[in-house]
Design a protein. Structure first.
Length: 202
């Protein structure tokens, strides 16, 4: 299903599950809300994708993107100033949440667990805020940024049990003092570079 080139949609209780063509694709949508919806178990493609275009001022609330063939939630070029809150993004074959060329979005209060690659990964994405996320038990990194993802804020997130690589990896600097993102109040088992997070309470 694709929604494009419009505004002021309210999509509630939409269930695009078990779909061979992927879930929901959003393109050039503004000031719209998706809530109480599910994008699960696709056998091709991404559960919920904000594709290239001016996707701004939207809210995605209290919804799921689980067990999809590729990513659970993909946020691409031209997607900015959106809110993603109360999401469950678990057990997808590839990453849980990817941002690629996405700027000034807020992702908060969500669970990203047991995905086949990274939990949350950023590529060339700036000025985003990630807060109160539970990013656990993913196969690769928990949270990962590339060198071009700067000016992002990571606040009070937990990332533990991410198996092959480190729980949190920020590629923007060799030491914590060099980093070009802000990390405050995060909890993880291991990080790169040191200083991004504190260990979980014993």
């Amino acid at each position: 299903m694709k929604v494009e080139s419009s505004s002021l949609h309210s999509l509630t209780n939409i269930h695009i599950d078990d779909n061979a063509l992927g879930g929901l694709r959003i393109s050039s949508i503004m000031d719209s809300t998706i809530s109480q919806s599910s994008f699960d178990n696709t056998t091709a493609g991404v559960g919920l994708a904000f594709v290239s275009g001016s996707n701004t001022g939207n809210q995605t609330l209290n919804s799921t993107a689980n067990s999809n063939f590729m990513e659970g939630l993909a946020i691409h070029n031209g997607t900015g100033l959106n809110l993603f809150s109360g999401l469950t993004v678990n057990s997808n074959t590839e990453e849980g949440i990817t941002l690629n060329g996405a700027h000034s979005n807020t992702l908060t209060g969500s669970t990203v667990d047991s995905n086949g690659k990274d939990g949350v990964t950023l590529s060339n994405s700036t000025g985003n805020v990630f807060s109160d996320l539970q990013v656990n038990n993913n196969t690769w990194y928990g949270i990962r940024t590339d060198t071009a993802s700067t000016g992002n804020q990571f606040l009070n997130n937990t990332a533990t049990g991410n198996a092959i690589r480190v729980d949190i990896n920020d590629a923007t600097g060799a030491t914590f003092a060099d980093l070009l993102n802000i990390w405050i109040g995060n909890v993880c088992d291991n990080d790169n570079p040191d200083g991004i997070c504190s260990p979980p309470a014993s």
